[in-house]
Design a protein around this ligand. Sequence first.
Ligand code: AMP
Ligand code: ZN
Length: 113
Amino acid sequence: MCVFCKIISGEIPSKKAYEDDSVLAIYDINPQAPVHIVFMPKQHILTSADGINEENCEIIGKIFVAIAKVAKELGLKDGYRIINNCGAAAGQTVAHIHFHLLAGKDGMSEHMI
Ligand code: AMP
Ligand code: ZN
């Protein structure tokens, strides 16, 4: 089981930011910005290049709805970045599709995570 599937199952503890039937969001263990939350589908999907298809793509919209809800709850009025690293060469270290929500001064900088 991948690390995010273990978090979803509760085998690895996490600080949850959001949860519904199909989406989980957790505070990143190694934050790269004042607000750094990782959104993932509860279903194990590798990447957008290798796993997203016509049948399961609705989950991406659900993740973006969840991001908007959390951003509103946290009062992120000055904007934020949503980042998906697709593939190891692009910096993906966990092989379970996820979207980083970054906000705050550092979240607006040029650096990539
Ligand atoms: P990526 O490099 O795009 O694959 O992002 C994976 C992210 O997951 C990194 O920012 C890690 O810090 C984060 N991460 C890895 N393990 C955990 C964990 N157990 N709890 C919270 N965040 C984690
Ligand atoms: Zn997984």
